[in-house]
Design a protein around this ligand. Structure first.
Ligand code: ADE
Length: 278
């Protein structure tokens, strides 16, 4: 998979070189190019924004700068600064490596002859785990980071000729710009590429993958500061442990995000657990 990020703050994207994403870069299954938007600015001041038509506060990012930037990145005629992994760990097994899970990029889906353009904006559609799953199959994703009051809408409209365009929000709050949203979205996508997160099971059990929030997890020691690990986890009875985990997930979801339960297929046993938790 190749990710390209167009931004006026290239250094903001440095975290993409670390941890699991750094490992994916080392393994050759991920390439990240970061592009400074000002490289496409044409005036002496390298300006990328201007005052909004119709008045109002803030500045809007200019179409004459964004248009050529997105054209060049789509065409692959500009490499940008290609990020190198921060940590060489190819020859060391990681704690989450599991035998038999080979790192590989997904095959491109059928309709992916155009790259995907993701434009993070608080006015976008909410980004979900299902999007992350679908987009982990992409070959080429380009992120356009807007700042200030956003990007001239014609940039997004015009980009649809060269890209499949998605305007997405990572939550109901306003960030200064799209860079941090790109970190969030890129991490959610890349960790789902087979072999990037060594243990395939661990993302099958993620919060949201079955529509429920994940319940609590425990490790050694058995008793810590007087608090005990739930005894069922030592029972060695996998069916019992799985049932307990599902119960915990149901109860946590009911307490914290009850609206999610409307989209989950509940068995009579699930329903009984929920009733007992009310
Ligand atoms: N840019 C500013 N705020 C944002 C948000 N909540 N989601 C995505 N991009 C953004």
């Amino acid at each position: 998979m190749r990710l390209d990020v167009v931004t006026i703050f290239p250094e903001y994207l440095d975290p993409l070189r670390h941890a699991l994403l750094g490992k994916a870069i080392e393994q050759g299954i991920l390439t990240v190019g970061v592009h400074d938007l000002r490289g496409w600015a044409t005036d002496v001041h390298k300006s990328v924004d201007d005052s909004p038509y119709g008045g109002g506060p803030g500045m809007v990012m200019k179409p004459e700068v964004w248009g050529p930037a997105l054209d060049d990145v789509a065409a692959g005629t500009t490499e940008g600064q290609v990020l190198e992994s921060s940590l060489p760990h190819l020859d060391k097994p990681r704690h989450d490596d599991v035998e038999g899970v080979t790192a590989r990029a997904y095959d491109a889906g059928e309709d992916s002859d155009l790259p995907l353009l993701i434009v993070p904006t608080p006015a976008g559609k909410p980004f979900t785990q299902a999007d992350a799953q679908a987009w982990s199959n992409e070959e080429h994703i380009v992120f356009a980071c807007g700042r200030y009051e956003g990007i001239d809408q014609r940039v997004v409209d015009d980009a649809a000729q060269r890209y499949r365009v998605r305007e997405v929000s990572i939550g109901d709050y306003v960030l200064i710009g799209g860079e941090v949203a790109v970190l969030v979205i890129a991490e959610a996508i890349v960790r789902l590429i087979p072999g990037v997160l060594g243990n395939r099971r661990s993302h099958e059990e993620d919060s949201f993958s079955d529509g429920l929030l994940e319940g609590p997890s425990y490790t050694k020691p058995r008793v810590w500061r007087g608090l005990e690990v739930p005894p069922v986890l030592f029972s060695g009875n996998h069916a019992l442990v799985d049932r307990w985990r599902r119960d915990q997930a149901l109860l946590r979801t009911q307490a914290v995000r009850p609206e999610l339960l409307n989209h989950v297929a509940l068995t009579p046993q699930d329903q009984a657990v929920l009733d007992s938790g009310r």
